[in-house]
Write a protein that binds this ligand. Structure first.
Ligand code: ADP
Ligand code: MG
Length: 227
């Protein structure tokens, strides 16, 4: 047990350092990006091709940084009680255009509403954004994503996202929470690592159930607050 505690404190420290570095990198990056935008205005520049590449790579660094920065919040965070089903339905609404574009049907099974949990709403939002993004990316052409929210007997709310996309091979499931593990050409491999960390911080659980070629179910359980 002691080993586990040391392990989890180590992970916490690494997360804090990573988030701190990410934060510090952002400032000079903003300066670089400003000059790149300026250079992009000169359409006749012989370096136009390279400048565009630099710009794209800056976007990528920014994406990685914003994923890490989610982790730097808990220090300052004041846990608040908020309505989890409301947050999820807001996130789904935001993603509707993307779902429509890919012919993805959204099936919502809300068995309860007004489910309250305690924590950092922004972090919890990030969790469900990561999960819906992965589900959309797993579906090649068209498909279904279903979202189930229910209260389980032991005062937990359970949120389950199921997609009928490509699914995962066993090896992928085994590595899914490792930082930078990705099977995508444009992936960062940070989404699920951060998701797991946020869920752990909220004393919840995450389980992955996936079958290659069939689809994936991701279930998140978070302790509910009675109001
Ligand atoms: P990224 O999306 O940047 O690759 P993630 O940490 O979000 O990084 O996911 C890691 C890997 O887990 C993905 O590259 C993918 O192989 C796999 N994965 C996650 N969610 C799903 C899903 N719903 N269906 C199939 N594969 C998934
Ligand atoms: Mg992802």
């Amino acid at each position: 047990a002691e080993k586990l505690i040391i392990q989890s404190e180590k992970l916490k420290a690494i997360g804090e350092i990573a988030a701190g570095v990410a934060h510090e990198v952002r400032n000079p990056l903003t300066v670089i990006s400003g000059f790149v935008q300026m250079m992009k205005n000169d359409k006749n520049s012989p370096y136009a091709f390279y400048i565009n590449l630099i710009d794209e790579e800056i976007d990528r660094i920014n994406l990685i940084i914003s994923e890490f920065l989610v982790l730097s919040k808990p220090h300052a965070m004041q846990p608040k009680v908020f309505q989890i089903d409301k947050i999820i339905s807001d996130i789904l609404t935001l993603h509707l255009p993307e779902l429509q574009l890919k012919n993805i049907e959204l099936i919502q099974n809300w068995n309860t509403n007004n489910m309250m949990i305690k924590g950092d709403a922004n972090q919890i939002k990030q969790v469900f954004i990561n999960i819906i993004k992965n589900a959309v990316e797993a579906i090649e052409k068209e498909g279904n994503i279903s979202v189930t929210i229910e209260k389980t007997a032991k005062q937990f709310c359970s949120i389950c996202f199921t997609d009928d996309g490509g699914g995962m091979e066993k090896e992928v499931v085994e590595h899914i929470f490792k930082p930078f593990y990705t099977t995508k050409a444009e992936g960062t491999g940070l989404g699920m690592m951060i998701t797991e960390k946020i869920i752990q911080e909220h004393e919840g659980q995450i389980t992955i159930d996936s079958e290659y070629g069939k689809g994936t179910s991701i279930t998140i359980k978070l302790p509910c607050v009675d109001v």
